[in-house]
Write a protein that binds this ligand. Structure first.
Ligand SMILES: [Zn+2]
Ligand SMILES: [Zn+2]
Length: 257
């Protein structure tokens, strides 16, 4: 039995976030809260377990906004800064939970964690540094508390990125290609989250049209798009253009699966 899950979209923006610093475009100056997008991340919770996928630069504020008091693990998709930079703020959970926090990352991301947060792994440990318990993952399924996780390999141009399937829910960010063998792992999902950067083509991200086509090919009941750029357009306008069952995600959106 897979536990019922609550998914919270902590952020749905591309690497710059929306609004983007110094931009005066109609999306960046929109009064609609759905046009404000922090860097992409989700919180996945069962009754017993809480995990976060990625800790971008907005991690601290996202934890405060959603009033998260405990975290059992961090799972990383890939080592880019917009998915990793906020990891230092895990210190608050170390302080209140009085223990290291489990981190699940593939070897590529683990290397970046050890490099970017070298002080957490030095022989002389100063008080107050992040306490991380690193677990190296491959494409083998693993379990966090009572939440089984299936890694899915996707491609971000030439960089391997991990998507994750949690029961009937699949989360994929930062991809522009998925191999046939990995598509098989996604099929049967009720809800698929996929990145959709903008309408114009991009070397390492699905466009809106490509994300729609992939969602339809994989025959999921519903799809939500994330990792959105200010260049995509206004949330309410793009939402109207999408086929039934396909939506733009927005910060604070909650799904119960
Ligand atoms: Zn990204
Ligand atoms: Zn803008």
């Amino acid at each position: 039995m897979y536990p019922p899950l609550k998914i919270t979209f902590l952020g749905t923006g591309t690497s710059s976030g929306v609004p983007m610093i110094a931009c005066g475009c109609e999306v960046c100056t929109s009064a609609d809260p759905k046009d404000n997008r922090l860097r992409s991340s989700i919180l996945v919770q069962s009754a017993k377990t809480t995990l976060v996928v990625d800790t971008g630069p907005d991690f601290r504020y996202q934890m405060l906004r959603e009033n998260v008091k405990e975290i059992d693990a961090v799972i990383f998709t890939h080592p880019h800064k917009d998915h990793l930079a906020g990891l230092d703020d895990i210190r608050a959970f170390n302080f209140f939970m009085k223990k290291p926090i489990d981190v699940f990352a593939d070897s590529l991301t683990e290397e970046a964690v050890r490099r970017d947060f070298y002080y957490a792994f030095s022989d002389t440990k100063y008080p107050g540094i992040p306490e991380l318990n690193l677990n190296t993952i491959t494409l083998e399924p693993f379990v966090v508390g009572d939440i089984p996780v299936i890694p899915i390999l996707v491609w971000h141009l030439k960089m391997p990125v991990l998507g994750f399937r949690f029961g009937k829910f699949t989360y994929i960010t930062d991809a522009n290609r998925i191999d046939e063998t990995e598509k098989a792992k996604i099929r049967g999902s009720e809800v698929l989250v996929l990145n959709a950067l903008r309408k114009k083509s991009h070397v390492s991200h699905f466009t809106l049209a490509e994300a729609v086509a992939m969602s339809q090919e994989l025959q999921v009941k519903s799809a939500y798009f994330t990792h959105i750029s200010h260049q995509l357009g206004l949330h309410h306008a793009i939402e109207k253009e999408l086929p039934a069952g396909i939506h733009l995600a927005y910060d604070g959106l909650i799904l119960e699966i």
